[in-house]
Design a binder for this molecule. Sequence first.
Ligand code: FE2
Length: 200
Amino acid sequence: MLILALGRTQFGNPANTGNVLSEAETLALLQDWVPNERLRLHMRQVGAVMKAWALEREKLTEAEAHKWWMAGVLHDADWEKYPDAHCRIIIEELEKRQIDPLVIRTIACHGPRHFGVEPETTMEKMIYVFDELSGFIHAAALVRPTRYEGMDVKSVMKKLKTPSFAAQVDRTDIEDAISRISIPLEEIISFVIQHQLSVN
Ligand SMILES: [Fe+2]
């Protein structure tokens, strides 16, 4: 595994608080930077569950929830083109565009083992929680004829305990992420099933 430690734990400038990209600008960046359609879907799925969590569970305003969405949608923006500098390039781009530090630090927190940045706020913890789990649940949906419809938590739990299923999804990251919040894994899985952005 590549070590991509960012070498710092502070991101962005507090003077830029409140500065965000619009939905259209965020999706344009996604389209420009990420040629792989499946990766784009993964990023939009993480954005969708982040926003749903911000609104429903944290009771945040649309403007605050938009920051959660933006962090989710852009968290892997540089992964495909710059795998050796993953996370650093998108962080520098968003700093250059003078984006709210909340969004930038949240992106930096999506893989503490790789980037060396420990999630502190709920927003930062939840991107770490949702990243691998959303991808895993999507893999589970793809092997079901009805996709997300009728999917239950138990079957996802069973697949998580089957190492050969979606073997690329790191179970230790999922366990580590869940250990940092006070919400059971089952509840998070149920939330993702309900809110995951589904295509076809
Ligand atoms: Fe991701």
